[in-house]
Design a protein around this ligand. Structure first.
Ligand code: UDX
Length: 426
């Protein structure tokens, strides 16, 4: 099938790479000339395991084309995916400028029947609005089918998540659109849920908000565990064995970040308030997440007598491991908070390129700890499990390790003479 993908961000690039790998002919449209030139040369602007190889392979086979020409993609493809960003606007309302721009550009180009599939996370009612906007602008209604097909891929495991999803959500009342998407996705073995446009939009926001709520819930439990000297990792394991609860997204720590959870919980809160509903749980979810930063900061203050006149190494700056993304990163927020308090902060991250005022960034993990009073693990990169603690113990001045992700074995650190500090880990 010929497939058009509008937007070469995280979702756009991943779905383009996967569609092309499955043998479809993909036209990925991106506005920025320079980005398109890079993509044509196989250089991708994000760090995502496996993605560059898949893109290069499809470019060589001629299955994937990057272009700035929307008209070329519209002419060639019956299926057009919209995968542009919907960044957070004021009051948490998503900004739909990019979507609106694309719709305006599509108006003169749709002269034959097209299926427009929205992958971007959009507020409830947006897909209906897209359909009406196109029709009011003069596109013949029989030429337009609008479908909501939200994407649930995670950064760091994007290809795997796209190829092995646990469900495919399709919002539409058009049987032909469902058939076309099923043909496109024939490599996937997952159940389908066919719902309304608004139903699909709501499912996406609800899924992300529920997962964020699960994280805030376990973080609240971790605080209580801390007070009663109970290990929260065991509590999470224990409750996770109940299939009604499930074991995922119960890792207590510094809290959630990234380009989706913070934005989507706020957007759903905004949507509720628009209808005069007070979304108590969504508000509590966000409050707990914000408070995690000061909670860990206080832990450090208690452990380091000279705080804030201390020199601290922070490992990890990305919002989670296996990505170079620092958008809405709790780690970066903690780094900023410690710097504002007056600590001298030294950062090491294996992938992210960061520059923060008054913060020293190291390219060597061992250089980052030399002479430091304390070490903070802010993002759980795999490599932090294989470091040489004997060397670190020798080179650090102080002996405090604040594990903000509950990933290091407290006994191992104790053996090396460290004081292990976590939340909910006695
Ligand atoms: C998320 C959704 O999982 C995905 O379905 C959606 O399409 C986009 O948003 P992503 O933002 O890539 O994906 O990251 P995810 O792995 O979900 O983690 C989000 C944040 O929650 C990270 O900051 C992570 O560190 C944190 N987290 C996750 C926890 O603190 N504890 C957990 O148990 C799980």
């Amino acid at each position: 099938m010929n497939v058009g993908v509008i937007g070469a961000g995280y979702v756009g690039l991943t779905i383009s790479a996967v569609f092309a790998k499955w043998g479809h002919d993909v036209y990925c449209v991106e506005k920025e000339d320079e980005k398109v030139e890079d993509l044509k040369a196989g250089r991708i602007p994000i760090y995502e395991p496996g993605l560059e190889e898949w893109i290069k392979e499809s470019l060589e086979k001629g299955k994937l084309v990057f272009t700035t020409d929307l008209a070329e993609a519209v002419k060639a493809c019956h299926l057009l995916f919209i995968a542009v960003g919907t960044p957070e606007g004021p009051n948490g309302e998503p900004n739909l400028d990019f979507i609106e721009q694309i719709i305006n550009e599509l108006v003169p180009l749709i002269t034959q029947p097209k299926i427009i599939v929205t992958k971007s996370t959009v507020p409830i009612g947006t897909n209906e609005w897209i359909k009406n906007k196109l029709i009011h602008a003069g596109v013949r209604s029989q030429f337009i089918t609008v479908v909501s097909n939200p994407e649930f891929l995670r950064e760091g495991t994007a290809i795997h998540d796209m190829c092995q999803p646990d469900k495919i959500i399709i919002g539409t009342d058009q049987v032909e659109a469902v058939e076309q998407l099923k043909e496109l996705y024939q490599e996937i073995n997952a159940p389908y849920l066919i719902t309304s446009l608004a139903g699909a939009e709501m499912i996406k926001y609800t899924a992300n908000s529920f997962l964020a709520m699960k994280i805030s819930f376990i973080n609240e439990i971790a605080r209580i565990c801390d007070a009663y000297q109970v290990d929260v990792t065991e509590v999470a394991k224990g409750i996770g064995m109940d299939p009604r609860i499930g074991s995922s997204f119960l890792q207590a720590g510094l809290g959630y970040g990234g380009s989706c959870f913070p934005k989507d919980v706020k957007a759903l809160e905004y949507a509720a308030k628009q209808k005069e509903i007070t979304p108590h749980l969504l508000q509590a979810t966000q409050l707990i997440n914000e408070e995690q930063l000061s909670l860990y900061c206080q832990k450090l203050r208690k452990s380091l007598t000279n705080f804030p006149d201390v020199s601290i190494a922070v490992w990890g700056a990305t919002f989670k491991p296996n990505t170079d993304d620092i958008r809405n990163s709790q780690a970066v927020k903690l780094i900023n908070l410690l710097t504002r308090k007056g600590c001298r902060v030294h950062v090491y991250d294996p992938v992210a390129s960061i520059s923060i005022q008054e913060v020293t960034v190291h390219s060597s993990i061992y250089e980052s700890i030399k002479g430091r009073d304390g070490l903070v693990i802010a993002t759980e990169w795999e490599m932090f499990h294989t470091v040489d603690w004997t060397l670190i113990s020798k080179w650090m001045k102080g002996k405090v390790v604040l594990d903000c992700r509950n990933v290091i074995d407290p006994l191992l650190l104790k053996e090396h003479g460290f004081e292990y500090v976590g939340v909910g880990r006695p």
